[in-house]
Unconditional design. Structure first.
Length: 640
């Protein structure tokens, strides 16, 4: 029988980690706040009903009884109290929603620590479009259920989500180590900024009830050239309403004929109609739910109010003051304008009050004035916000994995790790290994029996390289990493619709890897061959879709070519003859293996990496274990 490692249990008596204690204490405090605010909200609701009924009864008493006029103070006070309680209730309700959002934030955090995060809706599925053409995102489980993105993402906006995804996928050119070190410093600092990360998450959670909002349309509108109203329109916006109100008052007082009121009103309607197309374009964007201006301003305020030390965070904060005024102040000013815009939603106001006061014209003029003054800075504000969301996501990941280490980033082509393991495996399941690849044109040939962990080892190499380049800590005791572009061929899928066989699909992926290596070789103009970007290739069960003879010939040729191009990486295989490359390319290729352990009929795996080529196999044993029920005939070796 085969014994697999079981997921770690969490018995009730197990000592919680410091991270769990931190989250549980904060969750309990926020839950207590939510309970207290719920009780207060219920009490206020009851008082509202009492105040409203008291006002109604008081009015009835005043109408149907010979009470003195001074007694009207009682129902008026009751109604005033009712409206005051409405305002207070709204504030208490908002505080309660914040407390509940905090509770949900810590619940998700505790779920991650318990390894129960794979039901999170933030999977990044939209970034999987074209995954087949990308060098590694499908092979390394960057997006989708149980993915690296799903584990890390704590962003609240689509722009923040997109930026985090870009850090994890990278471009075809590796960033210089200096840029990644800046991200590392920002992530380190935010790891201990628990209040800021919680506040950003809570404010973000209240942005919308469904999908993450996208500030891009609003930022695009803000950055577009402002259409400033002419002086005549500005003057008319004040003069015409003044004449309309004056005519209304004077007509009621019989000072002027009552129909004079319709003259300035008609003029106002004409100006509104002429200005409508321009006004509607501005008002529709500003009043749309997608802009979520108040919540965005709140998140920006959190950033502006915090003091930072890391260079990347200091620059990010300075971007919020690029107009000379703070983003918080400008967003608050815009929020007030939008509040006036949203008053148009009332039908009575829209039909009667708005035309008389040229409300739409005033709001559009105010919006265009705001856009002309600071609109172009809005893009920088939202870029800063999305960057902070990305840093906060990585910082939360770092806090929840205190045993992870920040890698040493160098220009040299090297991958030198101690006790490196896969970050998507639970702590009790993963096994660390030492892996060293020093210099250009170096590779590991990984052999091993079935289920021994070859694919997991390759994915651990690639996933940690992705984390390192994103600026996050890695699942290792130590890692020194060169300037790499990751490229892999591991998870290969055929396509019935496109008439593509699995073998042909693998050839296409291998071509992507080889083309990248050739491109990097062609672009490398450093005198020192040890410096510059190199391809970090990961090839799993290479060319196993064809016969043994051609597979071995093709695999040997491919590894030779990659090594000659200065690429660095690892290839797993069941073809033990591929291990002959170690002698053929001495100093460039090294053999390592993983194997099973057998005691009687029990087969187990320790997932430990050992030098040399594997000397055992377990395919026939596994066929017996699963109960195929066939007789095996091992052919005799052919005569020499």
């Amino acid at each position: 029988m085969t014994r697999e490692p079981s997921p770690p249990s969490s018995p009730e008596g197990e000592t919680p980690s410091e991270e769990q204690k931190h989250y549980r204490a904060r969750r309990a405090a926020r839950a207590a706040d939510a309970a207290r605010l719920t009780a207060r909200a219920n009490l206020i609701s009851t008082l509202r009903v009492v105040a409203f009924l008291a006002a109604i009864v008081g009015v009835g008493f005043m109408v149907w009884s010979p009470a003195p006029p001074a007694a009207w103070a009682a129902p008026i006070a009751a109604m005033a109290g009712f409206f005051a309680l409405v305002v207070v209730h709204a504030r208490v309700h908002e505080q309660r929603e914040r407390a509940l959002a905090s509770v949900a934030y810590f619940e998700r955090a505790l779920a991650r620590l318990a390894g129960e995060w794979k039901d999170s809706p933030s999977r990044g599925d939209r970034f999987m479009v074209g995954a087949e053409e990308h060098p590694f995102i499908d092979d390394l489980d960057i997006f989708g259920k149980g993915s690296l993105f799903q584990l890390i993402d704590a962003t609240s906006t689509k722009r923040g989500e997109e930026l985090l995804a870009s850090w994890l996928t990278g471009g075809l050119d590796a960033e210089p180590p200096s840029r990644t070190r800046e991200r590392q410093a920002a992530v380190r600092e935010l790891t201990t900024a628990h209040d800021l990360r919680e506040q950003l998450a809570v404010s973000g959670a209240l942005l919308s009830d469904g999908d993450k909002p996208d500030p891009t349309p609003f930022a695009a509108w803000a950055a577009a050239p402002a259409v400033v109203a002419s002086p005549a329109v500005r003057v008319a916006a004040f003069v015409i309403p003044a004449f309309t109100l004056a005519a209304l008052v004077l007509g009621q007082a019989k000072v002027v004929p009552w129909w004079w009121f319709f003259v300035p009103l008609a003029a106002g309607l004409a100006v509104t109609r002429a200005f409508r197309a321009r006004a509607d374009a501005a008002l529709s964007v500003a009043s749309s739910r997608e802009s979520a201006l108040g919540r965005y301003g709140e998140m920006l305020e959190r950033i502006e109010a915090h003091r930072f030390e890391a260079a990347a965070l200091v620059k990010l904060k300075s971007d919020l003051e690029s107009t000379g005024a703070s983003a918080t102040h400008e967003m608050a000013r815009l929020g007030r304008i939008v509040a006036f815009v949203d008053a148009r939603q009332n039908e009575f106001f829209k039909l009667f009050v708005s035309p008389a006061l040229l409300w739409d014209v005033h709001c559009a003029v105010a919006l265009e004035g705001w856009r002309a003054r600071v609109g172009r800075a809005a893009g920088a504000w939202f870029a800063a916000l999305s960057e902070m969301e990305g840093y906060a996501s990585l910082a939360t990941f770092a806090f929840e994995n205190p045993t992870y280490t920040y890698p040493e980033l160098t220009d040299a082509a090297r991958f030198d790790a101690a006790q490196l393991a896969h970050p998507l495996l639970r702590k009790g399941q993963r096994v660390g290994n030492d892996v060293a690849l020093q210099g250009r044109g170096t590779a590991l040939v990984v052999t091993g029996s079935n289920m021994s962990g070859k694919s997991t080892l390759l994915r651990a190499l690639g996933t940690n390289a992705v984390l390192a380049r994103a600026g996050a800590p890695v699942c290792a005791e130590r890692l020194a990493l060169g300037r790499f572009v990751v490229a892999s061929s591991m998870r290969v899928r055929d396509s019935l619709d496109d008439g593509v066989s699995r073998f042909y699909a693998e050839l296409k992926k291998l071509k992507v890897v080889l083309d990248l290596a050739r491109r990097q070789r062609g672009e490398r103009d450093h005198a020192d061959e040890a410096v510059g970007t190199a391809v970090f290739f990961l090839l799993d069960e290479i060319l196993h879709g064809t016969n043994t003879r051609e597979r071995l010939i093709g695999a040997r040729a491919l590894v030779r070519e990659l090594v000659s191009l200065g690429a660095v990486g690892a290839v797993s295989t069941h073809d033990l003859a591929l291990g002959e490359l170690e002698a053929e390319l001495a100093g460039h290729v090294r053999n390592v293996h993983l194997e099973e352990q057998v005691e009687g009929e029990v087969m187990s795996f320790d997932y430990r990496l050992r030098p040399g080529v594997v000397r055992s196999s377990n395919a026939l044993r596994l066929m017996r274990v699963v109960g195929l029920g066939v007789e095996f005939e091992v052919p005799e070796a052919p005569p020499k």
